[in-house]
Each structure stands twice: as structure tokens, then as C-alpha cells.
Design a protein around this ligand. Structure first.
Ligand SMILES: Cc1cc2nc3c(=O)[nH]c(=O)nc-3n(C[C@H](O)[C@H](O)[C@H](O)COP(=O)(O)OP(=O)(O)OC[C@H]3O[C@@H](n4cnc5c(N)ncnc54)[C@H](O)[C@@H]3O)c2cc1C
Length: 404
């Protein structure tokens, strides 16, 4: 699948072969490195990051507490400025539904969070090479050869592609580009009268003619309490980038804000596609390189969870010398991460399909299911009572809609 090694220019003799090279030092790459080290302290690993920390990533920075709980299990706490969250709100079908779940997450600035996360890994002795862009990857039967942009060549037994939505690993190793894409545009503004309390993130599905939503997340920019507002749109037409910006302009105008006063940033996202290849011999994809939640575009928590699943998996594979990775997709699918991504994929298909108007009318009635979703985001044990009530609410609402 990958380019044969002889096609790469090997500029100097590669004396040491590492166990693992991780391409990308974002949440998925750092989480994978930390979890591999926790499971196999002797593993020789290095993270290759093309940027230099502190580096920014266009992102609203909302993270469910599930991710923090996952990191706690390996004794990791990422200390950086953040806005604590106690509630999630959804505006849909003309109503606003708020679910309170104290401590359900936090909003961070990626420039600070990713730097602090990488420092934790460094503090544990993990080698992170910054300003180190991977330009080529070649796999042979004995290992992986990685060529850096400057011409240096590294060699490892296996490689992890944690290089995000437009990373080199997918391209170099022949994975398809992927169909499930979205565009998100965001900016930071002062508060507005319509804002909910600052412990709440808001998802606004008021625009039914577009496949996506607008958001308001409380954020801290250099200590100043601002709001990160944005629009997430599924990428099904070439006009989506313009549509996203136009929708954001209208959304801001409804709140008395003029888009021309702010600097908007735009970036793509890649969704998880059930059944798609996320590994090849000696090559494993994690985080957004593999695919994140396409329904909401949430990906930081998933990136950290991918690392938690990949850590013990890679440790065992390295110990056994079994580096075919042919069961990686199955391992992900059987884990909480996989079923969460699969459920969200199902929700995306249902919600943005032909029955959207009906579903929008049902959603404000499904408060118990919404509560379960927020508990999952928070990583607290799911309430069986809420699940039962949710199923009951769904059946009742569905029957009413059928009879109407
Ligand atoms: C506008 C917007 C808002 C978002 N808001 C949220 C949100 O509020 N909450 C949420 O959970 N998710 C959000 N997301 C999604 C989230 O940002 C990503 O899913 C998440 O960053 C994925 O983490 P990752 O580690 O897989 O990839 P990334 O964070 O993209 O990290 C990849 C790393 O790889 C490095 N890299 C790339 N190519 C190379 C190379 N050739 N060589 C070496 N290094 C390389 C990059 O420099 C980068 O550091 C948002 C996305 C967008 C676009």
C-alpha cells in the first residue's frame, strides 16, 4: 500500500531503529505516546511535530470531561487556563433544551492546551521533535522509513499517523481521502445579551436549510472572558466555505454583532466512516487522521481516547512483533470510542436525512436521551433510569408523530 522504501532518498546511514514514530504532536499523537509509554515503559518512541510549540490549531476547544478521566488513569493532568463547563444547551425546533451536568467539561485554547499536553509527555521522557515535518513514508517488510522535509531519514518498526485532517500519513500510505468532511468557521467576540451563563456551551440548530449548526462557547483569550462562536457545516457542496461564513455573519447579526469586526478562521474536519480502513501493515491511524465525530465535529476527546485505545494495543503488538495491525478497526469498534463514533454517525445520517423536519420536532421532547449524551460527554456512568426514560420518551414521541 505504501511507497516502497527504495523510492526514498536515504541521506545518511540510519544507525538506530525506533520502535514507533508518531507523526503529529496534537492530542491524538501525544495521548498515543503517553499511553504506549504507560503500557510499555521501555518502548523507544518519538513524536514528530512539524510546528513549534506553542502552536495554534483552529478549534473551539470544547473538551468533555471523559477525556480528562481517561488521562487521570495514567496520572496525567493537563494544567492550562480553561473555562469549566456545567451544562450543554441545544436550540432546536424553536426551543432551548439545557442539560446540567456539573463538571461535564472545559473550554481551552488549543495553543495552550496542546503545548501543556506535550510538556507532560516530555516531562515523562518522551522524545518530541518540533519543527520536524514528515515529507515521505515508505513501508517494507522489516520496518518503516520516514523522510523529513530537510532530507533526514528515520527508521522505525511501525508508524502512527496522528497528523490530523490533512496529514501526510494517509496520503503517503495510500488510504483514500475519505468522504465525510465538514468545514468549520469560528471567531471570538465579546458577550451578547442572548448568551446563556458562561458555564454552558450552546449548539444552535435553528438553520434548517443547511446541514450543520452554530455554536457559542465561553472562552478565555489571554485571560479575557470572550465567546468563541462558529458554524459547522457538512461538506457536501463546493459552496460550503462561503455558506458557513454567511451563516456565521447572520448568526452574529441576530446577536447584534458585526462579523466585519472580527477575524474569522476556517478549517476542515474529517468524520469517522464505519468500515473504512484505518490501518495497514506497520501503519496505524488515530485521531482525526482516522476520523472523528461527524455529527458535531467534536474531536479532541476522541483524539485522546484513540490514544488510550492505541497505547496498550501497540505495546502488545510491539512485544509480540505482530505489526500487521489488521484488527485495529475491530478493536476501535468494540471500544467505547468506536460505538460512540458509530452512534454519532447514525445520528448524523438520520438527522440530516429526509426526515430532518420531523426529527427536529421530536428532539426537544427527548430530554432524557439528551441527558445520556451529556453524561457520555462528561464520562460519568450512564444513568440506566435516564436511558429507560429516554427510550420511553422516544417511543411516545415517535408514536405521537406517526399518529399525527
Ligand atoms: C473550527 C473548528 C472548531 C473545532 N472545535 C472543536 C471543539 O470545540 N471540540 C472538539 O473536541 N473538537 C473540535 N474541533 C475538532 C478538533 O480540532 C480536532 O478533531 C482535533 O484537533 C484532532 O486532534 P488530532 O490530534 O487528531 O489532530 P490535530 O490536532 O490536527 O493535530 C495534528 C498534528 O499533526 C501535525 N502535523 C500535520 N502534518 C504533519 C507532518 N507532515 N509532519 C509532522 N507533523 C504534522 C500538525 O502540526 C498537528 O500538530 C474543531 C475543529 C475545527 C476546524
Amino acid at each position: 500500500m505504501c511507497k516502497p522504501a527504495r523510492e526514498l532518498r536515504i541521506s545518511w546511514y540510519v544507525a538506530s531503529v525506533l520502535d514507533l514514530l508518531i507523526v503529529g504532536g496534537g492530542p491524538s499523537g501525544i495521548s498515543t505516546a503517553l499511553h504506549v509509554q504507560a503500557a510499555a515503559p521501555g518502548a523507544r518512541i518519538a513524536v514528530l511535530e512539524k510546528a513549534t510549540y506553542p502552536r495554534d490549531k483552529i478549534c473551539a476547544g470544547g473538551i468533555g470531561a471523559r477525556a480528562f478521566r481517561i488521562l487521570e488513569r495514567i496520572g496525567v493532568e493537563v494544567a492550562c487556563p480553561h473555562v469549566p463547563l456545567d451544562a450543554v444547551a441545544m436550540r432546536i425546533g424553536g426551543e432551548t433544551v439545557v442539560v446540567r451536568e456539573p463538571g461535564c467539561g472545559a473550554v481551552v485554547r488549543r495553543i495552550q492546551f496542546d503545548h501543556a499536553f506535550a510538556e507532560v509527555a516530555r516531562g515523562r521522557g518522551i522524545a518530541i521533535r518540533e519543527g520536524c515535518e514528515v515529507a515521505g513514508i515508505a513501508v517494507d517488510e522489516r520496518g518503516v522509513t520516514v523522510e523529513l522535509a530537510g532530507g533526514e531519514v528515520l527508521r522505525a518498526r511501525a508508524i502512527v499517523g496522528a497528523d490530523g485532517v490533512a496529514g501526510v500519513t494517509r496520503r503517503a500510505c495510500g488510504f483514500p481521502r475519505g468522504e465525510l468532511r465538514a468545514q468549520a468557521v469560528e471567531l471570538d467576540t465579546e458577550g451578547a445579551a442572548a448568551d446563556l451563563p458562561r458555564d454552558t456551551v450552546v449548539f444552535d440548530f435553528a438553520t434548517t436549510e443547511l446541514r450543520g449548526y452554530a455554536w457559542d462557547f465561553p472562552t478565555l483569550v489571554d485571560g479575557a472572558p470572550l465567546m468563541c462562536r462558529g458554524v459547522y457545516l457538512l461538506h457536501d457542496t463546493a459552496r460550503v466555505p462561503d455558506q458557513a461564513r454567511a451563516r456565521l455573519a447572520a448568526y452574529l447579526a441576530e446577536r447584534g454583532l458585526d462579523i466585519a469586526r472580527y477575524k474569522a478562521k476556517q478549517f476542515a474536519e474529517r468524520g469517522f466512516e464505519p468500515g473504512a480502513a484505518i490501518s495497514a501493515p506497520r501503519v496505524l491511524l488515530v485521531g482525526e487522521a482516522a476520523g472523528i465525530d461527524i455529527a458535531t465535529g467534536e474531536g479532541i476527546g476522541q483524539a485522546i481516547e484513540y490514544g488510550a485505545v492505541a497505547g496498550p494495543y501497540l505495546a502488545a503488538a510491539l512485544a509480540e512483533g505482530a505489526l500487521g495491525f489488521d484488527d485495529w478497526a475491530r478493536v476501535v469498534t468494540r471500544h467505547h470510542l468506536g460505538w460512540q463514533l458509530a452512534i454519532r454517525h447514525g445520528c448524523y445520517r438520520a438527522f440530516y436525512g429526509r426526515r430532518r423536519a420531523k426529527i427536529e420536532r421530536l428532539m426537544p421532547r427527548l430530554t432524557e436521551l439528551f441527558k445520556v449524551g451529556v453524561q457520555d460527554f462528561a464520562g460519568v456512568p450512564l444513568s440506566k433510569l435516564a436511558l429507560l426514560r429516554g427510550a420511553g420518551q422516544f417511543l411516545a414521541a415517535f408514536t405521537r408523530a406517526k399518529l399525527a
